[in-house]
Design a protein around this ligand. Structure first.
Ligand code: ADP
Ligand code: MG
Length: 684
């Protein structure tokens, strides 16, 4: 149903919603909150702790005062209860003074700071005690990701309307016995309570149900895809290829043990006569690309085509260049084709032609590789880089190209083997667990915004030494996110300007996901060639980008990112021989943020970080910063929702055990939901 059919939503608001990926009423129902604000029972003043959000009730000892200086206004008031006294301060809201009367009782809710040994509550919201008790106390209010023109209150209203309008009961696809067996909340209830929980427990249950659904569809789709691949004889059986030995010997570096073992396992698979289905896991910078290159070459020498799919254009182009460089260096006579969305129609035509007639032996691109238009002559191998970035729909499209090609998946997500097997079935796993020799561990620091000037000077010195730097910001432009989201996020456009001034004479450029493909390519290429000193970017550079000459990664609003994502970002440096640095600017003053960032500060090991993150969040803390970028799930988390993941696995097994083709009437809704999922599966 159209968004504009909802009360209070006109064309303009509907347009703003589009930017959040919300284009119809049911999208609103599944636009889940980022976190929740707890409106607790007021606490005695002596229980307040700095850095936390407090709710207090008491009497004002005197009227509020208003002071002005430097164009700033400050309203101060003092609240007392039986246990103590608290200063309340409001900046630039002068009119609030007239509402604050001595002797009256109020409830205040706001963040508490410590200054000169005393506590201050800053910018608190005020309520009459009656109103607070009636409308807020004990509630969890959803906080949504926002954009320009959409504030949190608007979303709360719109979601409320959407939940009333949609026929949620018609969504349910699981039978009562299945719900009972897996101990699940009905879906319609879960969809309401994920937005408007009445208690923490209700929220956990709603979330658990939705996580279950995400896992269930992922696993069901995966199981049905694999059914076709299982123990299938391959049409692309390979034979040992001696040209590979020379090529490996002629590489500019020696393969690490992990790389060489992974390559041997691949060769074994390809020669075995069965279809290969292998996952290569290795931390950022462990050198997975060269393993993919070797596999693709091996296929090509055996007379078959191979395709390498990357999640971004920037990365696809980078891979193509790396491969061509390696081939040129040793005079390897294989043809590489690159397909990206930003190529002209004519360029694409030519590439398609070469792929069809077999002139192109190694084909690299984004998921554009698997459009219907692209016909392969003999596609024997598909390599997927950064696998977790692709949805089932894309994997489906991919597996339908060629006749049961071999598949190789590369991932930096540290998934323990047991989890990998639940998620991907009977896949073979190779782990590259050592970094190439001669790498110096990255030096880390977590600092607050006061450190910026020193960081710029440090970056300047590194540039002086001939190195380059990245600065990552969470937003693209100012007001990308509005109040409620924490405000004051650094944005790429303003930051690049600011930095050009701070680093006079240095070449500063910026990069973000909304730029045109060709523009992005151009910037990346110039950065790679050393024509840009500092690249200010969003997380588009998170995945895979390899510029070994870059030695500084500075991350603004670091507390806003998931730990796995920060680890990926940091992995953009420390790729060469020089000492590299990661500067994380923490703009939050909560203990939690400091503790999380300290994990990264202490360790450069992805597996350790994933474990610590899990320990810190614990199964109860489901709404800390999510592992964004991790896997394709919207809300579920493979680590903290492991119990639900197992339940979903059992349920899928039970359903398919009874009815492998999903042809039974009682499963018709599951089938419908699956078809829908395959068509629209989550994408990057
Ligand atoms: P990732 O595993 O993150 O995809 P890459 O494949 O991009 O890592 O490799 C990171 C860098 O390490 C590249 O510059 C690559 O050339 C280099 N590299 C890969 N293998 C080795 C090796 N065995 N010895 C030295 N450098 C290597
Ligand atoms: Mg990579």
């Amino acid at each position: 149903m159209e968004l504009t059919s909802l009360k209070g939503i006109g064309e303009k608001t509907a347009g703003a919603f589009k930017r959040l990926g919300i284009s119809c009423v049911s999208d609103l129902c599944t636009y889940y909150p980022r976190e929740y604000e707890a409106y607790s029972v007021p606490m005695p003043l002596y229980e307040l702790r700095p850095g936390s959000i407090g709710v207090v009730e008491g009497t004002l000892s005197k009227d509020a005062t208003l002071n002005r200086f430097n164009g700033l206004t400050i309203v101060n008031a003092y609240l007392s209860d039986m246990t103590g006294r608290l200063q309340l301060s409001w900046y630039n809201i002068p009119y609030i003074k007239s509402n604050l009367k001595a002797g009256s009782r109020y409830v205040f809710r706001g963040r508490v700071y410590e200054k000169n040994g005393r506590l201050i509550m800053s910018q608190p919201k005020m309520y009459s005690p009656e109103d607070y008790r009636e409308r807020f106390e004990g509630r969890l209010i959803p906080v949504y990701p926002l954009t320009k023109g959409v504030n949190n209150n608007l979303l709360i209203k719109a979601v409320g309307e959407a939940l009333k309008t949609e026929d949620l009961a018609s969504y349910e696809y699981l039978g009562d016995n299945m719900l009972e067996k897996a101990d699940l909340m009905p879906e319609n209830e879960a969809l309401i309570r994920i937005h408007f929980p009445r208690s923490n427990k209700e929220l956990m249950n709603a979330r658990r149900r939705i996580a279950f659904d995400e896992f269930f569809m992922f696993l069901l789709a995966g199981a049905r895809l694999r059914e076709r691949v299982k123990a299938t004889r391959s049409n692309y059986k390979c034979r040992p290829e001696f040209r590979m030995i020379n090529f490996i010997a002629g590489l500019p570096f020696e393969l690490t043990k992990g790389q060489s073992d992974a390559y041997k396992a691949i060769v074994h698979d390809l020669n075995s006569g069965n279809v290969m289905n292998r996952l290569i896991e290795g931390d950022v910078g462990s050198g997975k690309t060269i393993v993919a290159v070797l596999a693709l070459m091996y296929m090509a020498f055996n007379g078959y085509q191979g395709a390498l799919m990357a999640p971004t254009e920037v990365l696809a182009r980078q891979h193509a260049e790396t491969i061509m460089k390696l081939f040129n260096a040793q005079g390897i006579n294989l043809t590489v084709a690159l397909i990206t969305g930003s190529m002209t129609a004519k360029e694409k035509e030519t590439a398609y032609e070469h792929i069809k007639n077999g002139d192109a032996q190694i084909i690299i691109g984004t998921h554009a590789l698997f459009q219907d238009k692209v016909e392969y002559k003999s596609l024997g191998l598909i390599v997927t880089d950064e696998q977790h970035r692709f949805g089932v729909a894309q994997r489906e499209a991919l597996s339908q190209k060629g006749e049961m090609p071999h598949t190789l998946i590369m991932s930096a997500t540290p998934i323990p083997r047991t989890l990998a097997i639940i998620l991907y079935g009977d896949i073979d796993v190779s782990v590259i667990d050592v970094l190439p020799e001669g790498r110096m561990p990255i030096k880390n620091c977590v600092v607050n915004a006061d450190y910026r000037e020193r960081a710029y000077k440090f970056i300047n010195d590194e540039i002086e030494k001939g190195h380059q730097a990245y600065v990552v910001c969470p937003a693209i432009e100012a007001e990308d996110e509005e109040e409620g989201a924490g405000g004051n996020l650094e944005n790429v456009l303003d930051y690049a300007k600011k930095l050009s001034t701070a680093l006079k004479g240095r070449r500063v450029a910026y990069l973000h996901g909304q730029m045109k493909g060709a523009e992005k390519d151009d910037i990346m290429m110039r950065f790679k060639e050393g024509e840009i000193d500092v690249l200010v970017s969003t997380t588009v550079i998170e995945v895979g980008v390899d510029v070994p000459n870059a030695t500084v990664m500075m991350i603004e609003n670091a507390e806003r990112f998931g730990l796995a994502q920060l680890h990926q970002l940091r992995g953009r440096v420390g790729r060469g021989k020089a000492q590299s640095y990661c500067i994380m600017i923490n703009t939050s003053d909560t203990e939690k943020a400091a503790e999380r960032l300290d994990i990264l500060n202490k360790s450069n090991d992805g597996f350790f970080i994933a474990e610590e993150d899990l320990r810190l969040r614990g199964p109860g803390d489901l709404f800390g910063v999510r592992q964004s970028g991790e896997m394709v799930f919207n809300l579920a988390d493979i680590y903290s929702d492991k119990e639900v993941l197992e339940k979903a696995k059992e349920t899928v097994a039970a359903v398919l055990g009874e009815d492998p083709g999903l042809t039974m009437d009682i499963h018709s809704r599951i089938r419908l939901r699956l078809d829908n999922y395959m068509d629209n599966g989550y994408t990057v």
